[in-house]
Design a protein around this ligand. Sequence first.
Ligand code: BMA
Length: 341
Amino acid sequence: MKHVEIISGGSLPNIPWQEKPEQVGKIPIWRYTENPVIDRNPLPGVARIFNSAVLPYEDGFIGVFRGEQINGIPYIYLGRSKDGIHWDYEPDKIRFVDENGKDFAPVYAYDPRLVEIEGVYYIIWCGDFYGASIGMAKTTDFKTFTRIENPFIPFNRNAVLFPRKINGNFALLSRPSDSGHTPFGDVFLSESPDMTYWGKHRHVMGKGSEWWESVKVGSGAAPIETSEGWLLFYHGVSGTCNGFVYSMGGAILDIDNPSIVKYRCETFLLTPEEWYEERGFVPNVIFPCAALTDKDTGRVAVYYGAADSYVGLAFTYMDEIVDYIKNNSVVTEADTEIGIR
Ligand code: BMA
């Protein structure tokens, strides 16, 4: 009997899925045995695809992919898949236009997230707006991608939309930062009545007290609506003498006031262990950008970038992961307060 209901999205019987292996550790999440699902040099002119987002679409899946071009500049590519694992990419990067249909290409675009709200698909990425900031575009057909003119000022990264309006407004998590590869960063919530003007900013959560997330945190996959609150898979960063290590964490936000963190898991959910996570262009990176759910079975599939070189897939059941997060939850006052000062 399931005890945590998945409210986001619908039934997804063809979710890419593998059952839990016998030898899974204490943390109830397990990797796809055929990882990485996307290998190097996935299409001409692209050296690596990693930090990418996927949604169910038509009779299969659609994805927006961070493709590192062979000149080193990241951009977003579109791909389609029948099974969520094998992908056919469009050979050219996504062509974005402005509201008048004129070409409006970002200088660069990385770490895309993909969220559907009321039949419109939004791509959110990190781009250049006189410094790293949030890029956003919408599409209804995956043919025309219309950019929403610079919704945020720099510096900001790791933005993701909630999959429905909350109290009548669109809601977005982001991580304001500084001009560098910022050694700090808290997650904030912003609201908008129209996807153009954003305000009513609230603090959600800061870096954690645990070592694995003690440098900075950033939201990852679009929050998943459940009967316990919004489940957020995010990344937490630890500093070592050999550089940053990125792990995946889990938190549950209040359903009506998502600036309130109800539960926050004190341990990571996934940390670099496999060769494709530990070894690559940037070693020791697990960077979740999407999660698919099937409300009938409670299955969850998480897509994550691995070592800035590959895409990995991990599976869990909603009941098990929510129980684990709740049973290992440690929240601070900065987490549980409404986040207004
Ligand atoms: C972050 C982002 C991610 C990347 C990570 C590790 O700041 O740039 O795209 O995966 O660093 O290099």
